[in-house]
Design a protein around this ligand. Structure first.
Ligand code: SF4
Ligand code: SF4
Ligand code: FES
Length: 484
């Protein structure tokens, strides 16, 4: 037998009860067992018992899960699905979702009955198949930072709208509805994708698609046009202020003493234009690990800032430029990997360019092995950049590096979006700040001196929100450069 905890709620009061249940049960079976054996009268919802109706979603150990799928574990905490009003015990009020479906006119709209029956293109059917496999469990709404902090209805609503985009029969302006439902508030954090039991790629297939259609119709956030102007002018997403790193360096090859192999360093816009020191530290750290570094001076923005906000029309030119450079340098130096120190760049090169030889610096250092690092007396936490954690599935590598540094005290913090991504920091700074301030509250509880991350966007965001504190923010590369 194992112990599980259940958060109960009735008549405005909440409390936690603990029960012993047999092992190997699903949570749903355990709830039935408790009601039968202990006469507990816990209220919960279910129907199909087989991952089809979506009615049994709950919060289990702080994550949205289906009760009919998840197995019980000792010490598990079971609560109602977060992000919704609780009616009783584990039952939440789904009315806001149902109402929103009506608001967005979640049905085929046609003005008159057609004279002939149009056939939907097979390709379109194939494209929306994944989007249509939703079981309406609402898990994707539960922990969405945009929904929690603004008038944004959440991923599955955008998914519903995106289903109609290429449906020739539908005459409603779905991208316009999405735009006015705050489509651009999504930070593309991928939490919704992570928790979706049906593996629906909502961000790419719904949110970024709707943004693309919306941009074509002239519906976008003004600040995103400024980013576009920068890209058209400098091939960088930010304005040139100082001499960029790539213009400053007088060579492109930085050889390690005992070279194991070479890597191509993809700097990304912020490191090249704003964080030059970080670029030099990267070379120093890689060289210290016996990795030689090649830096193409003509590399350009990966285009993540435009892809995430649906401005795909200028994407191809820059993507092709980078790909050409990668190929040329492969021939010239035969580098083993392309290395990034920016979660957004890494995720874009891996998932949008679909390159297989890209490594985040933390992945690479775990692969080549740690050095005997110097001690660094500091109490720190690690902020998981969404585009590293969910975009690249890199979770433990940075933490292992931190734990290998003598005297460095690492304190865990649950992963949560800081509000910088998806064009929200540039396009909707007010919302970005609200999300960031929530992150600040989590960080302040830990009594740490530093927050470590591997993303210049998160770094800027965290520095801004922690500006009035003594907590410093570092890219993990800066920490490594202190201890080698
Ligand atoms: S990507 Fe993040 S912000 Fe966007 S809908 Fe999904 S959970 Fe919400
Ligand atoms: S999109 Fe996935 S997580 Fe969201 S309601 Fe549908 S099945 Fe559940
Ligand atoms: S009971 Fe239907 S999905 Fe779990």
């Amino acid at each position: 037998m194992i112990n599980i905890k259940i958060k109960r709620f009735k008549d405005g009061k909440e409390w936690i009860e603990e029960y012993k249940v047999p092992e190997n049960l699903t949570v749903l079976e355990a709830l039935e067992y408790i009601n039968k054996e202990y006469n507990a009268d816990i209220a919960f919802r279910y129907s199909c018992r087989n991952c089809q109706c979506g009615s049994c979603s709950l919060t289990i150990n702080n994550e949205p899960k289906l009760a009919c799928v998840e197995k019980v574990k000792d010490g598990m905490l079971i609560e109602a699905l977060k992000g919704f009003r609780v009616i009783r015990d584990l039952i939440v009020d789904r009315e806001s979702y149902n109402k929103k479906l009506l608001n967005i006119r979640n049905f085929l709209i046609r003005k008159k009955y057609p004279e002939y029956i149009e056939k939907i293109d097979d390709n379109v059917v194939e494209k929306v198949k994944n989007l249509k496999s939703c079981i309406e469990c609402l898990s994707c709404l539960s922990l969405c930072p945009a929904r929690e902090n603004s008038n944004y209805p959440g991923a599955t609503i955008m998914r519903q709208l995106a289903r109609f985009l290429e449906d020739v029969r539908d005459e409603e302006d779905r991208e316009k509805i999405a735009f006015f439902e705050n489509l651009f508030n999504c930070t593309t954090c991928h939490k919704c994708v992570e928790v979706c039991p049906m593996d629906i790629d909502i961000v790419k297939k719904a949110i970024e698609k709707l943004r693309e259609y919306s941009f074509k119709k002239g519906l976008y956030l003004d600040n995103h046009l400024k980013v576009r102007e920068n890209l058209l002018k400098y091939n960088r997403s930010v304005v040139k202020e100082d001499i960029p790193f790539l213009e400053e360096i007088d060579k492109e090859y930085f050889k390690a003493e005992n070279e194991k192999f070479k890597v191509l360093f993809f700097t990304g816009c912020l490191v090249d234009y704003r964080l030059k020191n970080l670029a030099y530290e990267t070379i120093k750290v890689l060289n210290a690990h016996n990795i030689s570094v090649v830096v193409p001076k003509n590399q350009v923005c990966c285009l993540s800032p435009m892809l995430r906000v649906g401005q795909r029309d200028i994407a191809n030119k820059l993507i092709e430029m980078n790909k050409r450079i990668f190929n040329e340098y492969k021939e010239k130096y035969n580098y083993k990997y392309i290395v990034t120190i920016c979660a957004g760049c890494g995720s874009t090169l891996k998932n949008d360019y679909k390159l297989e030889d890209v490594r985040d610096i933390t992945e690479l250092i775990n692969e080549v092995g740690f050095l005997k690092y110097k001690p660094l007396k500091m109490r720190v936490t690690y902020h998981h950049p969404c585009h590293l954690l969910r975009g690249q599935k890199i979770k433990d590598e940075p933490i292992k590096i931190l734990k290998s540094i003598p005297k460095l005290e690492y304190v865990e913090i649950p992963a949560k979006c800081c509000g910088a991504g998806g064009g929200v920091r540039s396009g909707n700074p007010e919302l970005s700040k609200i999300i960031g301030t929530k992150r600040k509250k989590d960080i302040m509880k830990l009594d740490v001196e530093g927050v470590i991350t591997v993303c210049p966007f998160c770094e800027y965001q965290l520095k801004d929100i922690l500006e009035d504190t003594n907590i410093k923010v570092y890219n993990i590369v800066s920490i490594l450069s202190k201890v080698i």
